[in-house]
Design a protein around this ligand. Structure first.
Ligand SMILES: [Zn+2]
Length: 493
């Protein structure tokens, strides 16, 4: 399907939690599972590891489909369609992200006999251990915040004070600083035999690995534990770190501990804005590398700017730690200070921590949760579905959910765009008093009628998704726009 690297279908089976026939083994070339699509209870779906494909005796009409189709149908309810106009690339990227493959590996077995056992489980250390190691990592001098990254944060609405408090850092792209760490380079040299034997490691540049060795030597010197901490892995008897260049954004637990790290990658030089070819934010992981943690890598983030959780605050669920940090910053600069509490997921589907958090909210006297996902929640079925799962989880503990919408002006533009499409296809949607509800209804109806919407063709012929204007897509973008408007107004008066 044009994607050179394949993911082992067994990873998808495990991610989806499909029930394997107890008589079978997930480590054999072929085994059966309960089909997630037809209400099957008797393991009618066959997983073929050699072909990396699935087929259900009861409901698969054609020949077996691939691992991406299995994932796509189970998570999004649609087939995976390859090709430039299909959803294949998007689904693939999403899957890589969910499996925490920084650089997806060729892990499809070459032949039936070479069907390697699935990766063994490597448990995550406690938050206390992880927090101490990450906390020390943020003190590593070569990772201090670069000036371009500081400028970027100021432009988002942060102050120098909050930039310092939140502890953003930079993993530099150039490795000049390594000249101070000769022993790390030596370790890398000495281990080159072992490195060449590992499919994932041999693709890394020696400098990239030496940077990881240098950091680990520093952390171990400070008495930190590296075992069980996501991002760290072992080569021979030496620990190394997956140092991905970019801006480092700490993810914090409710008590302020750093429990995960995200990297906001810099745009590559030849990156073309029109094609979203790479994942901007990556959660630092070492999954798939020797002794790399395999579970509990993504965590929910609680900004340090959050107020205390009292019955009067608005509890907002959003996606992206940096986005929520920026949003709380902008709210605290306004007269709304102290009114809003954020929990930010690493991805709209990383909802594992929500039930426990919602229970806690309920205990604190909170009545409802605000869905503050990006505005594509009104027009993009994927984001809308993610919102539904938040709603379900909130409802289970007796909390209400409100969709928070903003930028009514743009919503009116969007309504016009969609209503023209509806008219063209004889789809009649009664208008409500709420423009956001109208858009959502029209987007849903268009999708049900298989009419493509919210895309635009660029002059060079490529097509891009255009669910919402980028200026107000995220809550932070919107607040920043409002903040600047107000500042200008003050200047004028
Ligand atoms: Zn079936």
């Amino acid at each position: 399907m044009g994607l050179s690297r394949q993911i082992d279908i067994r990873e998808v089976v495990m991610l989806l939690g499909l029930k394997v026939n107890p008589k079978d083994s997930i480590n054999s070339d072929t085994f059966n599972v309960q089909c997630p699509f037809c209400g099957d209870k008797k393991y009618h779906m066959n997983i073929n590891c050699t072909k990396n494909a699935y087929a259900c005796v009861l409901c698969s009409k054609e020949k077996g489909q691939g691992y991406l189709d299995l994932y796509s149908r189970a998570v999004h309810g649609v087939h995976c369609i390859p090709g430039p106009n299909g959803n294949g690339k998007e689904i693939y990227k999403e899957l890589c992200d969910r499996l925490h493959y920084m650089q997806p590996v060729q892990c499809r077995p070459q032949s039936a006999s070479a069907c390697a056992p699935v990766q063994t489980r490597v448990a995550r250390a406690s938050d206390e251990v992880v927090g101490r190691t990450y906390g020390q990592l943020l003190n590593f001098q070569p990772f201090r915040l670069s000036e371009p990254h500081r400028q970027n944060l100021l432009a988002r609405g942060f102050t120098d004070e909050s930039i310092q408090r939140n502890q953003y850092r930079t993993i530099p792209k150039d490795y000049k600083w390594l000249s101070q760490y000769k022993s790390a380079k030596q370790i890398c040299n000495d281990l080159s035999g072992l490195i060449q034997k590992n499919k994932m490691l041999k693709k890394r540049s020696p400098d990239e690995l030496a940077a990881g060795f240098a950091l680990c030597a520093y952390l171990q010197g400070a008495g930190c534990t590296l075992e069980g901490v996501p991002g760290f892995f072992k080569v021979g008897s030496f620990w190394c770190f997956n140092a991905i260049p970019g801006m480092l954004v700490p993810t914090r637990s409710m008590d302020g501990r750093v429990v995960a790290l995200q990297v906001r990658r810099d745009k590559p030089k030849n990156w073309n804005d029109s094609k979203n070819e790479f994942l901007r934010y990556m959660t630092i992981s070492s999954k798939g590398l020797p002794q790399g943690v395999t579970e509990g890598i993504s965590r929910a983030h609680f900004p340090l700017g959050n107020p205390r959780l009292t019955p009067n605050v608005q509890v907002c669920v959003t996606e992206g730690p940096l986005k929520s940090d920026a949003a709380i910053e902008l709210i605290n600069l306004s007269e709304q200070s102290g009114s809003t509490f954020f929990i930010a997921l690493h991805g709209t589907m990383n909802t594992k921590e929500l039930p426990a958090f919602f229970k806690y909210c309920k205990k604190q006297g909170i009545q409802r949760i605000w869905n503050v996902f990006d505005m594509d929640k009104t027009t993009n079925a994927h984001v809308a579905n993610a919102g539904k799962s938040v709603w379900k989880k909130a409802k289970e503990v007796g909390l209400g959910v409100v969709n928070k919408c903003w930028d009514e002006d743009y919503a009116k533009v969007k309504r016009l765009e969609l209503s023209l499409l509806c008219a063209e296809h004889d789809i009649l949607i009664p208008t409500t008093l709420n423009v956001f509800v109208d858009i959502a209804n029209m987007a849903r109806a268009l999708e049900a009628a298989d009419v493509r919407h919210s895309h635009k063709l660029l002059p060079d012929g490529t097509e891009v998704k255009d669910y919402w204007a980028p200026e107000t897509k995220g809550i932070d973008d919107f607040l920043l726009k409002e903040f600047k408007k107000k500042e200008k107004g003050l200047d004028a008066s």
